[in-house]
Design a protein around this ligand. Structure first.
Ligand code: GDP
Length: 347
């Protein structure tokens, strides 16, 4: 390791897409040890010029919709075309302390042994924000290793879809064919961020899949195109991941989306917006952690929270008081109340 703290053999190993180096680099990024963080940041600095060239594809859907079947089939098709595919996952259940929904070893068996593919399960613990940040960094490592398609997968629960949409170039939502019959199946907030909706398992009930396609298409038209600059009307397409029907059409749509977004500048705009959002997310997370650790804040927090929930103090007022405690320079502890000293100075 050089004086700059960069582990050059590790960098070289990542650039050559050696699996051990990739795993080691991502483990380093996921570590919470401060000395690891310094090395991880140095690694990211060195790798950064080699990142950003992949197509980043976000994929979400409820458990059982067919995400792993779909990603495996897609990955195998892309590899056959000469692409190199990395698959990362964000498992919100890990941050909730429950069992893992994603990431068990039996998933994507054929893709995981393919030379041109790399599959990494979700970071194991932490807040969703923390898991998302680790995944973004792992994405950069995969890009530096030359994977030109990075799939970020998540389960369709909670805020994780938004996290994935905000770190990818295109966000794809997988739906079941019965979606058209069941208004509850359409989560408006998620539909609004989808660039493409795939009705999977169309082989089970083609008529239902067609109904779902029509129903979701009209819902999407109500939400309108994404953003002013993007000029993209989200599309809906049927799929049988199990049989591989619709995969080629899917990829053609992804490429068309990518081509359009690059041509009209939306691609770069989205990437820039995401880069800044990532920076601010990291700052917010750190500030909040520091805030919670601050001795005066810690001392007052429980009582203040109780007062807020009991409506004894307005939430905004409570927040300002806690922030004042946080921002006040730490004084040497003194038994005398501050008002006394203040008073004394006037005499
Ligand atoms: P995930 O939980 O979203 O990752 O879903 P899986 O990929 O594990 O799929 C759940 C089940 O649905 C498995 O038994 C798959 O074989 C099945 N499945 C996935 N895609 C299709 C499909 O297109 N058609 C049919 N009939 N079954 C599918």
């Amino acid at each position: 390791m050089g004086s700059s703290g960069v582990d050059l053999p590790l960098c070289d190993g990542v650039r050559r897409a050696e699996r051990r180096a990739l795993a080691k680099a991502i483990t380093l990024l996921e570590s919470t040890r401060p000395d690891h963080r310094i090395r991880a940041d140095a690694l990211l600095d060195t790798l950064l010029p080699h990142t950003g060239k992949a197509l980043r594809l976000g994929i979400s859907g409820v458990p059982g919709v067919g995400k792993s079947t779909f990603i495996e089939a897609l990955g195998l098709m892309l590899i056959a075309q000469g692409h190199r595919v990395a698959v990362l996952a964000i498992d919100p259940s890990s941050s909730l302390g429950g069992g893992s929904i994603l990431g068990d070893k039996t998933r994507m068996e054929r893709l995981s042994v393919a030379e041109a593919a790399y599959i990494r399960p979700s970071p194991a613990s932490g807040t969703l924000g923390g898991v998302a940040e680790k995944t973004r960094e792992a994405m950069l490592v995969c890009e530096a290793a030359g994977y030109d398609v990075v799939v970020v997968e998540t389960v369709g629960v909670g805020q994780s879809e938004t996290a994935v949409a905000s770190m990818t170039d295109m966000f794809v939502l997988l739906q079941l064919p019965n979606a058209g019959d069941d208004l509850q199946a359409i989560k408006k907030g998620v539909m609004e961020i989808a660039d493409l909706v795939v009705i999977n398992k169309a082989d089970l009930d083609a008529a239902a899949a067609t109904r779902a396609q029509a129903f979701i298409s009209s819902s999407l038209r109500m939400f309108g195109a994404h953003g002013v600059a993007e000029q993209w009307q989200p599309q809906v397409m049927p799929m049988s991941a199990l049989r591989g029907d619709g995969l080629a059409a899917f990829w053609a749509t992804v490429e068309e989306f990518h081509r359009l977004q690059r041509a009209n500048g939306a691609f770069d705009a989205r990437r820039k917006k995401q880069a800044l959002a990532w920076m601010w997310d990291t700052i917010h997370a750190r500030l909040q952690a520091d805030f919670r650790k601050h001795p005066a804040v810690r001392q007052a927090l429980a009582d203040t929270m109780r007062d807020v929930t009991a409506a004894l103090v307005a939430p905004s007022v409570a927040a300002r008081r806690l922030l004042d405690l946080f921002e006040r320079p730490t004084e040497p502890t003194s038994e005398s109340p501050p008002t006394q000293g203040h008073h004394a100075r006037h005499h």
